[in-house]
Write a protein that binds this ligand. Structure first.
Ligand code: SF4
Length: 524
């Protein structure tokens, strides 16, 4: 069939019916019937082409495909449907390449949803299913794993042999894939290969995608530079893709009928950054980028994957201008993922480094509140992450994060979600201890997780209907399922609090209303 067979597990191949933020549900536990029902309804099967291959594929896997096609020709590479990947492997196959994101369920969202790994998330279950399918007795082909989830095997080194994975590749290797796999085929590649910044590709060494990507993702930059200690991205050298490159890749997705383009960016507001001292956005370059994307044939909307909230406070006009460019309005919000991580000024100073720049690290909680208000005022919908158990975090730090959620909930007309994640030791903190939620949680950390989930549930109840675009009957089913999933997670948490004897602190809005006060918004 093909010399190179590439695949990713099912959770990376479903688009979750394009429900905003539903990709979080790929980390639901497989252990209970409620979560199985939610997953079954939300995680629709991938669309297939005439040959039965997935049409939309994770962006990273498309890069590997492009690199191999460039070196060996179109017929040498196939991307398989994970549900029957074994069908694509035959005597001609020399390498099966697996793209991974959360292969062993150690990622922060999975660790949070599974009580620190006590339960099994779908990401892990589906990955194990994929690996099982590509095994054969006395096989001659090699199994090679890459992608952002490779670090899981550093934490669980015995799993590589247990699962029969011959080689694991770490690092940015878009341009080195053919050479690496030649070595694998010749039998002179080590079981684990690590590539550092020193060999990372320049933009012109990164091949362009050849087919549509999941969620119409197109990359516009790599690397960040704000220096958060728990983050792998910050270790990468910043690079920016030029318009001609971006335009060619967008055309691939637009030709597939995808009109809303997701711009892969580690911090979109740092695109073409010039002032590394203050980290103030290069506003003209950022606006030109959005203008360019919106001018591409077939594109009606675009939004970035990631951006830092301090940029909104630094330059509120930039947010206003981008909203106008992409057509944000009360019924068309612009999604963005962003990290809050902590509400503690001291921890911000210790771990987040330049995330608040050009402001001081200690101003971080205020920046988050002001930035959220600015984003919301301009119809931006931030999906925030909060990290439980950062090294050095005290219960007082955790209560400050609870206070921060309280303050954000008082923003009039405010909309955001807060996903509580447990600390995983990556970035420069590699080697630190995992935060095991089940063993290490205390009342303060529990309240952070509880309040974050409670807020998500409020948003699902009040806002999911407006921001979900699909025919009404399916929308009703999906929204009801998401509400069921949210309540299910909430009920697990109440049960958990009772078992541990934790008190749940009432939100400030409830406390103040109970005391007869009106709710006021903190000064911007
Ligand atoms: S701002 Fe985001 S991408 Fe940049 S280093 Fe911090 S966590 Fe990583």
């Amino acid at each position: 069939m093909a010399k190179y067979v590439l695949a990713a597990d099912y959770t990376l191949m479903t688009d979750f019916r394009n429900v905003p933020l539903a990709t979080f549900f790929s980390c639901l536990p497989t252990d209970y019937w409620h979560s199985r029902l939610v997953f079954r309804i939300l995680a629709n099967p991938p669309a297939l082409n005439d040959q039965g291959q997935p049409i939309r594929v994770p962006y990273g896997l498309r890069k590997i495909e492009a690199s191999l096609v460039q070196a060996h020709g179109r017929d040498s590479v196939v991307i398989a449907d994970p549900r029957n990947v074994e069908r694509y492997i035959d005597d001609e196959t020399e390498v099966v390449g697996l793209h991974s994101m959360d292969p062993l369920g150690l990622g922060p969202v999975s660790m949070s949803f599974t009580m620190g790994g006590v339960l099994t998330p779908y990401t892990k279950a589906m990955f194990l299913d994929l690996v099982k399918r590509v095994q054969r007795p006395n096989r001659k082909y090699k199994i090679v794993l890459g992608g952002p989830g490779g670090w899981h095997f550093d934490c669980r080194p015995d799993m590589q042999e247990t699962l029969g994975i011959d080689h694991i590749v770490h690092g940015e290797v878009d341009h080195l894939v053919p050479e690496i796999l030649d070595r694998v085929i010749r039998g002179d590649a080590p079981p684990v290969m690590r590539f550092t910044n020193a060999t990372a590709p320049t933009v012109d060494q990164i091949p362009k995608i050849l087919g549509p990507t999941m969620h119409a993702m197109n990359e516009v930059m790599r690397g960040c530079g704000r220096g958060c200690e728990f983050c792998e991205v910050t270790l990468r050298r910043p690079r920016y893709f030029p318009f001609e490159y971006i335009g060619d890749e967008i055309a691939v997705n637009a030709n597939d009928g995808q009109s809303s383009i997701q711009l892969q960016s580690d911090d979109i507001f740092l695109y073409q950054l010039e002032n590394w001292k203050t980290m103030e956005p290069n506003a003209d370059a950022v606006k030109d980028l959005f203008r360019f994307v919106m001018a591409q044939p077939g594109v009606s909307h675009c939004y970035p994957t990631h951006g830092t909230v301090s940029a909104a406070v630094t330059n509120p006009e930039l947010i206003e201008d981008i909203t106008q460019i992409v057509g944000g309005r009360p019924d068309k919000w612009i999604g963005i993922q962003s990290g809050i991580e902590t509400g503690s000024p001291a921890l911000s100073r210790a771990v987040l480094h330049r995330k608040a720049a050009p402001f001081s690290a200690e101003e971080w909680p205020d920046l988050v509140v002001r930035g959220t208000e600015i984003l919301n005022r301009n119809y931006w919908y931030p999906a925030y992450t909060i990290i439980l158990g950062l090294p050095g975090e005290t219960p007082e730090d955790a209560w400050m994060t609870v206070d921060l959620i309280d303050r954000m909930e008082q923003i009039p007309g405010g909309h955001f979600i807060t996903a509580p994640l447990t600390f995983v030791p990556i970035g420069v903190l590699r080697g630190e201890e995992f935060y095991n939620l089940d063993e290490m949680v205390d009342e303060a950390r529990f309240n952070v997780a509880y309040r974050a989930w409670r807020h998500i549930l409020l948003e699902v109840d009040q806002h999911l209907w407006q921001i979900t675009e699909m025919p009404a009957p399916m929308k009703a089913l999906v929204v009801a399922t998401a509400r069921l999933g949210g309540r299910y997670i909430s009920s697990i948490m109440h049960r958990y609090a009772r078992t541990k004897g934790f008190r749940i602190r009432a939100p400030a809005t409830n406390r103040r209303q109970a005391e007869g006060h009106t709710v006021s918004f903190p000064a911007a």
